[in-house]
Every structure is written in C-alpha cells, then in structure tokens.
Design a protein around this ligand. Structure first.
Ligand code: NAP
Length: 270
C-alpha cells in the first residue's frame, strides 16, 4: 500500500519541493497551503491532494486531516514545515507580531501534530518531521522571537519522543541553514528597529550580514533531508542541512557561551 505524507506550507520553498519529491517517490501527498486557489503545478500531479490549511485555523486543520484520511486511508508522515521569520529589536515588536510568530511557528505546529496523532496512535505507526532551523540550535542578533519558536520546536520534539515512541510514532527534526526560498522575501517580517535609534547601527549591520549571507540555491537538499527522515528507519533525531548549518552547529558545540557570543558579535554587531 502506498504511503501518505501531509505537508504544511506546500505553496513554496521546502514544503513545495518536498511535496514534489514524495510524489516522484510514488507517495500519496496531502499538500496543504493557505491559498490553494493560486496553485497551478501541484494540482496537475496524480495522488497529490491539495487542501486548504492555515496552521492558525483549527477548523482548517481538522477538515484537512479528515479529508486526507478519507481520500488515502491514513497519514503515515506529517511534515510540519509552515513558518516564517519575525526579525527585529524585541522592544519594537508589537504584541500582535509576537503572538503571530508563536501562533504560526509553534502553536500551529502543535495543533497540526495533535490532529494527526489519533490516527497514528490507532495504526500504531507514524513519523512526525518538524522543520526547525539552524536557528533552533544557535542564535543570531535580532532574531530572538524566531529563535524562541524554533528552540521551542526543538525541545517539544525531543521530549515528545518519550511519550510517542512507545506508541510506534517517531519524531524527527530537520534543521536547514540559509536557503534561497521565499523565507528572506515575503516570509520575513522585519519590524521596527529603525524607529529606535539605539538599535539602528547594530540592526543595519545585521541586515548587511543577512544580505551577504551565502544562501544556498539548492533547496532540494532540504527536501532530500525530509525524505531521508521519513524513510531511513533509524532512531536519528536531528538532520542539519547545508554547509552553514553544519559549521555553525559544530562551532556552537565547541565554544562556551562567552566565546560563541564574541564570535557572533564580531561577525554581526560590530
Ligand atoms: P517559504 O518559501 O517562505 O515557505 C514558507 C511556507 O510557510 C509558505 O508555504 C507559507 O505559505 C507557509 N505559511 C506561512 N504562514 C502560514 C500559516 N499561517 N499557515 C500555513 N502555512 C503558512 O520559506 P521556506 O524557507 O520554505 O520555509 C519553510 C520552513 O523552513 C519554515 O519553517 C522556516 O522557518 C524554515 N527554515 C527556512 C530557512 C531558509 O533559509 N529558507 C532556514 C531555516 C529554516 P503562504 O504561501 O501562504 O505564505
């Protein structure tokens, strides 16, 4: 029997690439997105079911999971991929900006996870793959909200192993470095450091560093890592992807807090 994957945020970037990869590997794909009416490519692929899902809308999550199970019988793998970056000086973030960052990157992921768990428990199998970030392991300046959500995703996922492994459900974390998707464009919500002069020089430096960051164009690497996590049959939890992710995580492991802060400050703040 074909396996079925449900992917959030399949309208662009990693989610879209992963949907296409699972399709070519002969999986059933529930490709979910906020605006399915805009989709023209995935709709043409057999065994790809497009469903409207906003991770902040509980009803759309429940409807999608029910419709996906109705269509394909079960969900074997969930890829929690939807997310965006709210970046800026914390002091300048509005309550709404803070809330929205957590609603999408963390609380939305939790709601989608809860929605697939009854089926996975019943079938005594399943894999939940959470797309975190190198930013779930190390920190940059002016990304405190984003890191807070991704560090939370890492802790949530690691802990869930203890309660879900005995029920036949495995957990995975994919940690991409910098890739050229819509993330640095329409999925980046920059807020207010320019309104607070004390932060402006450091924020400008940070933006210059981001502009010069060697973003990889090979987003297929991340789709490959997601597919590997879904199929390798191992207990492995974390899948860092990209040369920058590997380097930064290794540097973090080798330095103490003070040395890492000095290194990051030298590269981004001064
Ligand atoms: P992307 O191309 O901007 O894709 C983000 C996806 O999330 C889009 O499909 C977007 O849908 C969706 N999304 C946003 N808010 C949503 C909501 N409320 N409900 C459902 N879907 C929502 O960027 P990406 O790089 O592929 O990002 C995917 C994941 O990778 C994110 O979790 C991001 O944090 C993580 N990541 C990215 C990078 C990078 O450098 N690109 C690095 C590390 C981690 P719409 O089309 O409707 O906006």
């Amino acid at each position: 029997m074909k396996k079925t994957v449900l992917i959030t945020g399949a309208s662009s970037g990693f989610g879209r690439m992963a949907a296409k990869l699972f399709h070519t590997k002969d999986w059933n794909v529930i490709a979910t997105m906020r605006s399915p009416e805009k989709e023209v490519e995935l709709t043409t692929l057999s065994n790809v079911f497009i469903s409207k899902l906003d991770v902040t809308d509980k009803l759309s999550i429940q409807n999608t999971v029910a419709a996906g199970i109705e269509k394909f019988g079960k969900i074997d793998v969930l890829v929690n991929n939807a997310g965006y970056g709210a970046l800026g000086a914390l002091e300048a973030a509005t309550e709404e900006q803070v809330k929205q960052q957590f609603d999408v990157n963390l609380f939305g992921l939790i709601e989608v996870t809860k929605a697939v768990l009854p089926g996975m428990r019943q079938q005594k199998s399943g894999i939940i793959i959470n797309v975190s970030s190198v930013g779930g392991r190390i920190t940059f300046p002016f990304c405190s909200l984003y890191h807070a959500t991704k560090f939370a995703v890492e802790g949530l996922t690691e802990s869930l192993q203890y309660e879900l492994n005995p029920l036949g459900i495995r957990l995975k974390i994919v940690e991409p470095g910098g890739y050229k998707t819509e993330f640095a464009g329409r999925s980046m919500n920059l807020f207010g450091a320019n309104d607070l002069n004390d932060y402006k020089p450091a924020f400008d430096n940070f933006i210059a560093m981001l502009d010069n960051w060697p973003m990889s164009e090979n987003i297929g690497e991340v789709a490959d890592a997601i597919y590997e996590a879904a199929t390798d049959g191992t207990e492995k939890l974390r899948y860092p992807v990209g040369h920058d992710a590997a380097q930064l995580i290794e540097a973090r492991q080798q330095m103490d807090d003070v040395d890492f802060k000095k290194m990051m400050t030298a590269q981004t703040v001064i």
